[in-house]
Design a protein around this ligand. Structure first.
Ligand SMILES: O=C(O)c1ccccc1N[C@@H]1O[C@H](COP(=O)(O)O)[C@@H](O)[C@H]1O
Length: 202
């Protein structure tokens, strides 16, 4: 079970995520209450082992800005949530970054890799709002390959979500916060534990 936690902004957030042995940590470069600047990310990156995928999250931002933030901060991955097309993905793939394509769940689903992404992220209609979409509907047409379930996941519901959809991995932001934009180390730990327990029981 690949576990990504997103929107981290402080040393305490990052230390909790590393301690919980998550697989990926996301930093918000898109407009968001969780937005961080490059110098904060450079500082936080020093605390993250190289085995953890670090990801910059963007939405409809100029390609040059994305490249520049990747180079300055050293993140290994880029998550895109806007209307970026194939040429945008192709040019970003030259950076060697892992590319994550975020989109609201819809049917028919685009095929994994349609734009050159490495990982698909199936999200709620409003990314980062903490509102679950109806992933419990059956049959849920999921996709082959690497895909992350996101959208309103919490330590309480991630088990049901994993059992219902059998994702390759999960991604969370709001569900590990005590207030908008403020992460809680205990919630980070309990989310990772609950996600792993659900996969182990499957
Ligand atoms: O978090 C945000 O504000 C955000 C803004 C723009 C694009 C994506 C954003 N967040 C992503 O949304 C999903 C799920 O979030 P949540 O758990 O429902 O709060 C996650 O991938 C975030 O990276």
């Amino acid at each position: 079970m690949f576990i990504k936690v997103c929107g981290l902004r402080t040393e305490a957030d990052v230390d909790a995520a590393v301690e919980a042995e998550v697989d990926a940590i996301g930093f918000m470069f898109a407009r968001s209450p969780r937005h961080v600047d490059a110098s904060t990310v450079i500082r936080l990156m020093r605390r993250i082992p190289s085995t953890v995928l670090t990801v910059g999250v963007f939405r409809d931002q100029p390609l040059a800005d994305v490249r520049s933030l990747v180079n300055i901060t050293g993140v290994h991955g880029v998550q895109l949530h806007g209307k970026e097309g194939r040429p945008y993905y192709e040019q970003l793939s030259e950076t060697g970054c892992t590319l994550i394509r975020g989109l609201s769940y819809r049917e028919p689903l685009p095929r994994h890799g349609d734009l050159g992404e490495d990982i698909l992220l199936l999200d709620a209609p409003v990314p980062g709002a903490g509102v679950p979409w109806d992933w419990s509907r059956r049959p849920l047409r999921t996709t082959a390959g690497k895909w992350l379930l996101a959208g309103g996941l919490t330590p309480e519901n991630v088990g049901d979500a994993v059992r219902a959809t059998n994702p390759w991995g999960v991604d969370v932001s709001s569900g590990i916060e005590i207030s908008r934009g403020e992460k809680d180390p205990a919630l980070i730990a309990s989310f990772a534990k609950a996600a792993r327990a659900a996969r182990a029981a499957a």
